[in-house]
Design a protein around this ligand. Sequence first.
Ligand SMILES: C[S@@+](CC[C@H](N)C(=O)[O-])C[C@H]1O[C@@H](n2cnc3c(N)ncnc32)[C@H](O)[C@@H]1O
Length: 278
Amino acid sequence: MLYYKEKVNMNYNLRNARFLMPNGIEEEQGFHFSKTYSLEKPYEYDPKHVINEITKIKECDYLELGVDQGHTFDHIKNVKLKHGIDPFGASENITHRMTSQMFFSMNEYFFNNTYDLIFIDAIHLFPVVQQEIHDSLKILNDNGLLVLHDTCPNKESSQKILYSDFEKILNDVLCCEEKERLKWHENTKKNQPVGYNGDVWKNAAWYRSNTDYTVFSIPDACISIISKKKMKSFEHKSKIKNLTFEKMTWGLYYNCFHQIMNPFTFDYFVENISKELL
Ligand SMILES: C[S@@+](CC[C@H](N)C(=O)[O-])C[C@H]1O[C@@H](n2cnc3c(N)ncnc32)[C@H](O)[C@@H]1O
């Protein structure tokens, strides 16, 4: 119900006015409410399409957290180094059979690897991903990029975090019983269980709102990108500042999608990414 109230309020918003957003968040001037995105649009691209556009332009050392069956990992081309982390994934190409948390610790002590491109796609819970981003930024080369998956849910239930769903993940996905795990994951999209995107969108929104990194999204592929280097083509001036976890409600996401997620089409991304990386 709150969502509808917020929506009605938003209809009164005027261009170039300073006004109060849902949750009493004050927004910068120059906001345009017009949406070029329908959140109901199906995802047309996979993360591998986005990642391969990057590796086409720039030779990368690549790291993937959460490989599973290798739908992305096994198809990444033109990389100098390719490391995939997953304790239980089915792909034979996984290089480190451990959790990402274990990997970051081992890397700090022993491996000392750094990467140009890190794809984060393991457990889709805000606090876990927040830690993975923090650790990834430490081993990301200066012009490097972080790619986060599942940041553009198209309905409220897809990003709702319920303990019962994560209990299912703990019991079925994070176990050595490959059959059970695959059954769960293969059916995820068909059955659309609550929480299949998780609340990773909040990680992208948080970084966009609280840091100077360039953060933008490609909803066509349900991903967001965090760049250490400023990327002019993907900057969007108007953004909401100082978001906290409590302020990041579905109402805010839905009504202020452009500002908090900074979306671009896949075609725009392909046209513009090369000038930012070369
Ligand atoms: C959504 S799937 C990965 C999908 C894959 N990246 C792709 O594009 O097809 C999530 C995977 O993360 C793995 N995982 C869960 N917790 C993890 C952790 N703490 N560290 C690394 N991987 C984890 C699971 O075993 C599962 O295979």
